[in-house]
Design a protein around this ligand. Structure first.
Ligand code: NAP
Length: 253
């Protein structure tokens, strides 16, 4: 029974990942930023015992340290970190280069890099250092994105933050292997969470489904199943990988 810290588990993919680990008997720290009621719902729905809540804004380096400390204390050790929390794309934070003001351009870049990249890097540092101190084998899984490879013309900071997250995972995989810690990433394509449900109706929904030759988008459970595998002892040899989860909607060499 391992201790698993899942960031951004108040909803969406993070909630499905928390459920998947709990269903296999692990103890989960359900992290959230501000959606306490939603995070409590995730917690209440988890099978098994010993799950806890932790909160904090990952855009704040001091909060990342507090999150790692709280999860360690409440779980009795974090063996698996899933860096899932992110400022995701929305109409409100679109910043197409040809249209957005320079002020908004800088604001969105700062927010996305602070949370999506630096938040994951800082939490990864804090968890890895505790694993090394305990001499415990560990797993770090990053939730990246297809957008890192396919491009995000309306949200370039998002695409860049996810490309950097993949690269961070590869550097950490090499640096942490001697300590028995594997680091991997998944790169999901469009995934049907509650947050994006409105985009799956009408013409936009049809266009999104047509991106994949399967004629559908992915599910949070499919992402969770891959994360579960990458965090398993059997997947040590996959360390350093970036696993595409996009229904053949974007192929890369
Ligand atoms: N859905 C997709 O189509 C898709 C595709 C590819 C990749 N992804 C990636 O998969 C992950 C989850 O996506 P999702 O669609 O499930 O996202 P979501 O529904 O927007 O949930 C985001 C989560 O991140 C947390 N979060 C946001 N800002 C934060 C901050 N400053 N500090 C700490 N936590 C913060 C949120 O907490 P609160 O609720 O408390 O605010 C929430 O739990 C993200 O990394 C996303 O980039 C998603």
């Amino acid at each position: 029974m391992r201790g698993v810290l899942v960031t951004g588990a108040s909803r969406g993919i993070g909630r499905a990942v928390a459920r998947a680990f709990a269903a296999r008997g692990d103890r989960v720290a359900v992290h959230y930023a501000s959606s306490r009621a939603q995070a409590e719902r995730t917690l209440a729905e988890l099978p098994g015992e010993g799950h806890v809540l932790v909160d904090g804004d990952l855009g704040d380096p001091a909060a990342a340290e507090r999150i790692a400390q709280a999860a360690e204390e409440r779980l009795g050790g974090v063996d698996v970190l899933v860096n899932n929390a992110a400022v995701a794309t929305s109409a409100a934070n679109a910043h197409p280069v040809a249209e957005v003001s320079y002020e908004d351009w800088q604001r969105v870049w700062r927010e996305m890099v602070d949370v999506n990249l630096l938040g994951a890097a800082n939490l990864g540092y804090c968890v890895a250092r505790r694993l090394i101190a305990r001499g415990a084998p560990g797993r770090i899984v990053h939730i990246g994105s297809r957008g890192a490879f396919r491009g995000e013309p309306d949200h370039p900071a998002y695409g860049a933050s996810k490309a950097a997250l993949h690269a961070l995972g590869q550097s950490l995989a090499v640096a942490l292997a001697p300590h028995g810690i594997s680091v991997t990433s998944v790169a999901p394509g469009f995934t049907a969470t509650d947050r994006v449900a409105d985009r799956l109706t009408g013409a936009s929904g049809l266009a999104l489904r047509e991106q994949s030759p399967f004629g559908r988008v992915g599910t949070p459970e499919e992402v969770a199943a891959a994360v579960l595998y990458l965090a398993s002892p059997e997947a040590t040899w996959a360390s350093g990988t970036v696993l595409d989860l996009n229904g053949a909607s974007h192929l890369r060499l």
